[in-house]
Design a protein around this ligand. Structure first.
Ligand code: GAR
Length: 221
């Protein structure tokens, strides 16, 4: 029997920009057997196109505009209230470009994941594509990780590699990486919603209750 949608894990997505990862998740969630329900999409930017994508898909949206808060703590407290009201089982950061306070991260630890455009632990932070080019890397990619207090440093669940080709720019590389993000993120979210993925302590991942020694890595095609 098909589970009633209200019984599915509640996914809340936070995004700051264009929302192509959100779009990939919306499309995956339309599959009949998708084990989660996207209950809301929030942004710190009122103009984020991600909000429009959500509205078009009939998903509730909300904004907590960071420019209206004097401190990071005040912004995070307001955001946290919005999240807690909606009781998410999983918080999906999909291009959410705010650094979150430790208190906020602790409140959602084990149920908050992020997509980062590099093969972590390489290139935490910004400008990852240009940094991979500057370093002469032949392989670059994307990582999906649990969010912990260590910025971009939480345990990696899965990675997908892409080749760096002669003549690549940060833009061409970003496009290739994003195509892999759109494939990988919904798969990881599916695993979480199926109850297969767990964060143990700060730095260990359990998959089907078994500790994972190495993040799953899809090789460069
Ligand atoms: C994605 O490429 C994601 O990896 C990156 O932002 C982009 C958002 O695109 N995230 C980070 O840089 C997080 N530090 P989207 O809005 O089209 O999904």
């Amino acid at each position: 029997m098909q589970a009633d949608p209200v019984d599915k894990p509640r996914i809340l997505v936070l995004a700051s920009g264009s929302g192509t990862n959100l779009q990939a998740l919306i499309e995956a969630s339309r599959e009949r057997d998708f084990p989660g329900d996207i209950v809301a999409v929030g942004s710190n930017r009122p103009q984020a196109f991600a909000l429009e994508r959500a509205a078009q898909a009939g998903i509730e949206t909300f904004t907590v505009d960071h420019t209206r808060y004097e401190t990071r703590e005040a912004f995070d407290n307001a955001l946290r209230l919005e999240l807690e009201r909606r009781q998410p089982d999983l918080v999906v950061l999909a291009g959410f470009m705010r650094i979150l306070t430790e208190d906020f991260v602790r409140a959602f630890q084990g149920r908050m994941i992020n997509v980062h455009p590099s093969l972590l632990p390489r290139y935490r932070g910004l400008n990852t594509h240009q940094r991979a080019l500057d370093a002469g890397d032949e392989v670059h990619g994307v990582s999906i990780h649990f969010v912990t207090e260590d910025l971009d440093g939480g345990p990696v669940i899965a990675r997908a590699e892409v080749p760096v080709r002669p003549g690549d720019t940060a833009e061409t590389l970003a496009e290739r990486v994003q195509a892999r993000e759109h494939l990988l993120y919904p798969i990881v979210i599916r695993w979480f919603c199926e109850g297969r993925l767990q964060l143990a302590g700060n730095d260990r991942i359990l998959f089907d209750d078994v500790p994972v020694p190495e993040a799953l890595t899809l090789p460069a095609a």
